[in-house]
Design a protein around this ligand. Structure first.
Ligand code: VGL
Ligand code: ZN
Length: 170
């Protein structure tokens, strides 16, 4: 699972995650090791309640919403848009309106999920917690995630919360 490795979350973007682009080479290397590679994109309408909390970012059909140019998209099996509504944040990959993600994965015989991407304490956390809730053995690849830490300690607290939910860090 590659969460939101998009221009707006990388240095120079509208909502940059410090060192967000550093996850790109790590993810590119890792993709070969997995049976199924799913990448999510934060994909917001021009107006959404989400932008009352955050600077405008990842608006659909904009450069900022595109994947980081270094990401090897040839290795991605499926792209899922999330955050497409205007009344909620849509942080979790499992909240996508495109498909029932848990059912889709189970149908493919997937029972373990490995999370990478941005940002650790928002979309990665929400997606990983939902994965664990849906019965997947859930891992987060520490070298392949980065957080924002709006309030210092946010990342650390998010990691603790995920560990409490049975998520393993590797
Ligand atoms: C995200 C803040 C706002 C994320 C998305 O991808 O983690 N964070 N929208
Ligand atoms: Zn967003």
């Amino acid at each position: 699972m590659i969460i939101d490795v998009q221009n707006d979350f990388c240095p120079g973007g509208a909502l940059p995650v410090p060192d967000g682009d550093k996850v790109v080479p790590v993810i590119n290397d890792l993709m070969d090791e997995f049976d199924l590679v799913i990448a999510t994109r934060d994909c917001h309408p021009e107006q959404t309640v989400h932008f009352e909390k955050w600077p405008v970012h990842c608006v659909r059909n904009t450069k900022g919403a595109e994947f980081h140019p270094g990401l090897d998209t040839s290795k991605i099996d499926k792209v899922i848009s999330k955050g497409t509504g205007n009344k909620d944040d849509g942080y979790s990959a499992f909240e996508t309106e495109e498909l029932d993600l848990a059912a889709y994965l189970k149908e493919k015989g997937i029972n373990e999920l490995y999370f990478t991407g941005l940002a650790t304490e928002y979309c990665v956390k929400a997606s990983a917690l939902d994965a664990a809730k849906n019965g997947f053995k859930t891992y987060v690849v520490s070298d392949a995630v980065k957080g924002i830490d709006v309030n210092p300690g946010d990342i650390k607290r998010a990691v603790e919360e995920m560990k409490k939910a049975g998520i393993k860090f590797m």
